[in-house]
Design a protein around this ligand. Structure first.
Ligand SMILES: [Zn+2]
Length: 336
């Protein structure tokens, strides 16, 4: 039925029911899955009675009863299946007009991991004269966004995760890692104490990443919905190399700078995925925050994050400079 399925996956799939408590539902295949995931067909039963897909597919999404039914795929023994509640996000995607044509399955730490792939054929939204300008800096400086109507900035703000909390967590993590390093040098890392410490480190690390991921998820979906509401095109600046240098200059510990940077990259990816999902047109544009939009000179930062150009006297709040650059591009293109 699924000819090129890996033996390990096949073996696990026989035992769906053993994993009733531990089956993980995901949205996209994680990196570790890319080599091992298997595409499975799905059969969808909608609450209005429509039935779409392959009737004998191993994964059945029953929206009438809000359950995912997983059928045993490897042996055609008596029709055996297990049921799980459909994850909330799947219901939301489907309510937005999405469909789950495929599921992917893999094994993670010996347990099956099921990815439900929600897709949607999107009609690009009809844009208005609103533009959402998003300046992706770094977590340190946050992400500044501005809603522009014509040449007027309607609203702007800068947002970032609770960095104090994250930095405290990171410091704790470093301390634990140092302690573990000492144990390792003494050859004591395999002891009960050492193992406990290692688990603690992993737990803390996961939590740290989870906080940033959670922030990104909520923030990107809020921004995407803002764009949808205003029928706005989205312009994104994402100059990360500059931010990286900045972070290093600002004496953020190297490890933390890396965490910030990778999670900001993920933010951009997530944001673009959301925009695609809703059919919001977007483009990347280089929007500077330290170069004068009027004369192109390098600006100086004054206290209170005010940027000042000593050549032409232009000055603006640092978060406002990127949107000024956007307006500058717009004016230039309308003059041509
Ligand atoms: Zn200037």
């Amino acid at each position: 039925m699924v000819p090129d399925m890996l033996k390990t996956v096949q073996y696990q799939l026989i035992w769906w029911r053993e994993f009733r408590q531990s089956l993980v539902f995901g949205t996209t295949p994680k990196r570790w899955l890319t080599k091992t995931w298997i595409l499975l067909k799905t059969y969808r039963i909608f609450s209005d009675g429509r039935r779409i897909g392959d009737r004998i597919a191993p994964v059945v999404l029953d929206f009438k009863h809000n359950v995912v039914r997983l059928r045993q795929v490897c042996r055609n023994q008596p029709r055996y299946s297990v049921e799980f509640p459909i994850p909330k996000w799947v219901l939301e995607r489907v309510a937005e007009g999405g469909d789950v044509k495929f599921a992917m399955v893999g094994v993670r730490r010996g347990k099956p991991y099921l990815v439900l792939v929600a897709e949607r054929e999107v009609q690009p939204i009809q844009t208005s004269d609103y533009v959402l300008v998003v300046d992706v800096n770094s977590w340190k400086h946050g992400i500044a966004w501005a809603l522009v109507k014509g040449s007027r900035v309607v609203k702007w703000a800068r947002e970032r995760p609770d960095l104090g909390h994250i930095e405290r967590m990171y410091t704790e993590l470093l301390k634990l890692e140092q302690k573990y390093g000492t144990l390792k040098r003494l050859g004591l890392h395999e002891t009960a104490e050492g193992k406990k410490l290692w688990r603690e480190i992993r737990r803390k690390k996961r939590k740290l990443y989870a906080i940033l991921r959670d922030f990104s998820q909520k923030f990107t979906s809020r921004l995407a919905r803002k764009a949808v509401r205003h029928h706005a095109k989205v312009v994104i600046d994402d100059m990360l190399e500059e931010s990286r240098r900045k972070l290093l200059e600002e004496k953020i510990p190297n490890g933390l700078a890396k965490i910030y940077l990778s999670s900001v990259r993920r933010f951009v990816k997530l944001f673009v995925n959301q925009l695609r999902w809703y059919g919001v047109p977007y483009e990347f544009k280089r929007l500077y925050s330290t170069v004068c939009p009027r004369c192109g000179s390098k600006m100086r930062e004054l206290p209170g994050r005010i940027m000042k150009c000593e050549n032409c006297n232009f000055s603006a709040h640092r978060d406002f400079v990127p949107v000024t650059w956007y307006l500058f591009y717009e004016r230039r293109s309308s003059e041509v």
